[in-house]
Ligand binder design. Structure first.
Ligand code: SF4
Ligand code: SF4
Ligand code: SF4
Length: 526
């Protein structure tokens, strides 16, 4: 059941060139924050960000709006305008860069610090702009010191009831995040990248991504956000159009497909590869699990990753409806969606729950005969699916063996989200069927979406670092090498670590004891 949280929202029009009233919206935000007792230094940061954003519209645009949502934890602000847009966002973000007209400068505005100030004074910041159309800026500020963006690093859970302790997952994990301790599998959160390789290996369905089994009651403005793969989970006799009709009967009148943001990203990455990128191949940030993997295991490839948000992050940033229901098909999506949001109340539903609700209502007329056509609109994009292939391709990129490709788009699951372990239909069938439907009936996708530039560069994840101090890390590495040589080299996993080297590392880092190896008296196997 949804718990209702108090959220105050308001919207304020801004008129381009109206310097007399410029700043009124920010003043209203300040008054609101004071009334709800927000600490003065947070009010000050908010004021700076809101004022700069408001004045940007007055100086540069024809007209615009500030939309604000404040909860007890978070203030979300979206400033959207109709105006000339920003041709080079990177340049516009630099301190001192300004395109303000003379009239604004004479009044003391337009010193070129606006966007940089907004980013500096907010806890989250994103910016989208289309030349000749306008700009959309979103920033958020945490309203109390104890609130932060520190959500769980991963979202895979293990069901104790379903786990048969077969250890298959232990060897499937590409980052060595699985352990078996006291007979039970455990996940080391700092090493897990949410890739679902363990869930794919587990025949007992014991590994899963949490999500409510209850479908929240849709309200008038509720938006349901689905992956296209959901529409193909009902066999060959139920078309996506029928599924959308059933969802409308359930009460979901506004439905958006993640594909809209995926298409926006594809187009932007291709443009980026052709016009901006100096490194080949460009790695497309399509799947958040693969982005996590690159940050963890292949940090040297971070410059290859195109500077855009992943589609699920874009969807979360884009929505302004008061209520959105997301179907999270994998733990990587779940982790992204758990970030706090005051503008939109996000409910996350387990795909099985919505699938059952649709199944109960299906009365299926025969679906027309289908062709198995798997077309891709962009010929110079290479798609890679499945963790085994993703690992090999990233290795090849790191070794300089893939620089002849323009763009590589990777997904942790085989056939992208169609292959998420949560689905019942085989992706080799459901994906071409869906693509055929999409192309021949032009249904489903309602919007052309612009990709969102990543403002903060991706950072390596520290999971693999043995110690923050390089000297100590080298000492630990030597200890791990020495201990690995004493272990038998079976890599059997009986100790609860996936390989002998992983056990040696666990021992040196205090996570296990060497006695856990039942074969250690055998010595090194040659
Ligand atoms: S694969 Fe892992 S989670 Fe699944 S049953 Fe085996 S030990 Fe348990
Ligand atoms: S989700 Fe991926 S990284 Fe995390 S434990 Fe499973 S296999 Fe390992
Ligand atoms: S391919 Fe899709 S379902 Fe699979 S991990 Fe990536 S985002 Fe999640």
């Amino acid at each position: 059941m949804r718990t209702k949280k108090a959220v105050k929202t308001f919207s304020y029009p801004i008129t381009g060139g109206d310097y007399e009233n410029g700043g009124n919206a920010s003043k209203s935000i300040k008054e609101l924050l004071k009334k709800i007792g927000v600490e003065p230094h947070i009010v000050r940061r908010t004021m700076i960000a809101a004022y700069e954003a408001e004045m940007n519209v007055v100086i540069h645009a024809y007209r615009g709006f500030i939309d604000v949502a404040a909860s007890a934890e978070l203030l979300d602000v979206i400033v959207s305008d109709e105006g000339p847009g920003i041709p080079d966002i990177e340049l516009a973000m630099r301190d001192g860069f300004s395109t303000a007209p003379q009239a604004a400068r004479e009044l003391g505005f337009g010193a070129g610090m606006g966007l940089a100030h907004i980013k500096k004074n907010s806890d989250r910041f994103s910016l989208q702009s289309k030349v000749g159309e306008g700009t959309r800026l979103r920033f958020s500020i945490f309203l109390s010191p104890e609130v932060s963006d520190s959500v769980a690093a991963n979202s895979v859970a293990i069901s104790e009831q379903l786990c048969r302790k077969c250890l298959r997952c232990l060897h499937a994990c590409p980052t060595g995040a699985m352990r078996v301790r006291q007979g039970r599998p455990e996940i080391l959160p700092h090493l897990c990248v949410d890739c679902t390789a363990c869930a794919e290996a587990c025949e007992s369905n014991a590994l899963y991504a949490e999500g409510s089994r209850e479908i929240p009651l849709p309200q008038k403005k509720t938006v349901l956000v689905l992956p296209g793969s959901f529409l193909e989970q009902f066999g060959a006799t139920t078309s996506p159009g029928q599924v959308l009709g059933i969802l409308a009967d359930i009460g979901f009148r506004q439905i958006r497909l993640i594909d809209e943001w995926e298409n926006g990203l594809r187009a932007a990455v291709l443009r980026y590869a052709r016009e901006e990128a100096s490194i080949r191949p460009v790695l497309s940030p399509m799947c958040p699990a693969v982005v996590n993997l690159i940050r963890m295991r292949f940090p040297s490839l971070l410059p290859n990753v195109a500077p855009f948000l992943t589609p699920i992050e874009m969807a979360r940033e884009d929505l302004t409806a008061p209520h959105a229901v997301f179907l999270a098909v994998c733990p990587a999506h779940l982790t992204v969606l758990q970030r706090k949001n005051a503008m939109t109340k996000i409910d996350i539903v387990h795909p099985a729950a919505l699938r059952e609700a649709v199944l109960r209502r299906i009365v299926a007329p025969a679906r027309e005969a289908r062709r198995n056509v798997a077309a891709h609109p962009f010929q110079d994009v290479v798609e890679v699916g499945g963790m085994r292939h993703v690992m090999k391709v990233l290795d090849a990129v790191e070794n300089g063996q893939a620089s002849n490709f323009s763009v590589i788009e990777m997904a942790a699951c085989y056939q992208g989200c169609f292959g998420a372990p949560v689905w019942t239909e085989d992706p080799s069938i459901s994906r071409p069927r869906y693509e055929w439907e999409r192309e021949s009936h032009l249904l489903l996708l309602k919007k052309e979406v612009e990709a969102v530039r990543r403002v903060d560069a991706l950072e390596p994840r520290t999971g693999l670092r043995l110690d923050p101090d390089i000297g100590k890390a080298i000492e630990k590495l030597s200890e791990i090498d020495a201990l690995t040589k004493q272990l038998p080299g079976r890599d059997c996993g009986v100790c609860g670590s996936p390989t002998c080297t992983a056990l040696a590392e666990d021992v040196v880092l205090g996570r296990a004891k060497a006695e856990a190896c039942v074969y250690r008296d055998e010595g090194r196997i040659q």
